[in-house]
Design a protein around this ligand. Structure first.
Ligand SMILES: [Zn+2]
Length: 223
């Protein structure tokens, strides 16, 4: 292991066994072995285009260029609660994960998440691999996804995993993804769900912070 990789691992406080030596191996070989050995990252990979770094995650992302992939990759295999929250003021739904549902509901409001203070968690369940579940949900709802910048403790944050859709739409995506996995502690506040019959909007991104390009979806009816 070269000094750069060594320092990188130290800096991010990761265990060494998360890293697989890809030297002289094909991509397919590397992926297979990483899975088998429970490694999340490979070093001595082919150099990335941006900075010729040689540390990548299982999906081939350069984790030096974008360290967010580290958290993302590790959270794939964590267990916890997946929740659907909604804001009536913002007419948005959020799918997220947490270890403490009640605390998360409070923190969404306290931090004025996506500039809203009326967030409530409508539905949640416990599962393993919350990161993977969240990722799949994000893909399925990508049409309705938006990003909103908000300020908390004097720092700008970007609210993500928020969707311009009804509770019903978010819920049906979650349900479709639950088919082959074991879920526990499923909790559904049906009386809350009725308040979130928003229109399903498609978001056309015109740059990071633009929220002006919202158009109703042609074939969508109010649910
Ligand atoms: Zn890179």
């Amino acid at each position: 292991m070269d000094a750069f990789t060594e320092n990188f691992i130290k800096h991010h406080k990761l265990p060494k066994f998360y890293f697989f030596n890809a030297k002289g191996k094909t991509v397919i070989e590397v992926r297979k072995k990483m899975k088998k050995e429970g490694a999340y990252f490979a070093y001595n990979t082919t150099p990335c285009k941006n900075g010729e770094h040689r540390i990548r995650d299982r999906k081939g992302h350069c984790v030096v260029c974008n360290t967010a992939y580290i958290t993302f990759m590790l959270r794939f295999n964590e267990s916890g609660y997946i929740y659907i929250a909604g804001t009536i003021d913002g007419k948005m739904m959020k799918i997220g994960s947490t270890n403490n549902v009640a605390r998360r509901e409070k923190s969404l409001n306290k931090s004025k998440y996506a500039n809203c203070t009326d967030w409530e968690i409508i539905y949640y369940f416990f599962c393993t691999k919350i990161g993977l579940f969240e990722y799949k949900a994000t893909c399925k709802l990508s049409n309705h996804s938006t990003k909103i910048q908000y300020k908390h403790d004097g720092v700008f944050h970007m609210a993500q995993e928020i969707y311009l859709c009804s509770f019903k739409t978010a819920y049906s995506v979650i349900k479709s993804l639950q088919e082959n996995i074991e879920i526990k502690e499923e909790t559904f506040f049906t009386y809350k769900a009725k308040r979130y019959n928003f229109r399903n909007l498609i978001y056309y991104s015109k740059g990071e912070n633009s929220a002006q390009s919202l158009l109703p979806r042609n074939n969508s009816k109010k649910q």
